[in-house]
Design a protein around this ligand. Sequence first.
Ligand SMILES: [Zn+2]
Length: 276
Amino acid sequence: MIEKVFAFILGSCVGSFLNVCIWRLPQNISIIKPRSYCPHCNAMIGWYHNIPLLSYWWLKRRCANCGQPIALGYFLVELVTAGLFLVLYIKFGFTAYFFKFAFFFCMLILMSCIDVRYHAVPEILPLLGIGIGVCWSFGETYFWFRQGGPTVLPGDLPFILAFRGLIFGLGFTYLFKLCADLGLRCYLHWRKLDSIEGETESLGLGDVDLMGMIGVFIGIKLSFIAFFAAPVFALLYVLFALFFKRSHLVPYIPYLSVAAFFAFLWGNRILMYFNL
Ligand SMILES: [Zn+2]
């Protein structure tokens, strides 16, 4: 029990750090210095006003200095990250896999929130994720051999699986993008339109890189499930948005991230059900 609480608290602290990254990375501000400050009045936030999850309620959702409201997003990022760490702890304990997937899903939370806020993600982020994922898979393979792990087919070694996932994620998504763009061009030509709500592309190249990163971490089969689950989640949101009359032009990365988490948790069961 105490370890679960620890995992939850650790997650909320990491979530607090992600909030700093979400706010500062797209503006090219250092994520280390200066310390946390209020975006309205620029006052430094003391550590006792910066306790993850709790301060938000304790300060009655307002800056202690200027009284401007603190966005609910800060609290949600901390809560989601804390929940994520708890789920990963229950699944893996504090093992290497815990840290591997904590990194992976934190990157997805980071990119989703930046996408929601700025409608564009720094190109470096998915590439950084791919780089670290590939290095990690080499490390995993090294320890596999050192511990004299059970013999596997060469194709099932961690770094081969990671590379296969990468090539599939990039290649398949790019092919899909080409076909969908062609379809979209034909549609626009046929209806004599320039764009649909300003969009002329089906998927951005950033989405292709992101699928590459998802492939590195969860492999071919699960990223395939994630790719096709994402539009279902997007559709659910569009229905919700139509019902509550919100804007339904929404960035795609959050859906891909939720779909990746869904595939990570239940993908293998789906594959077993269909005997794949
Ligand atoms: Zn303030």
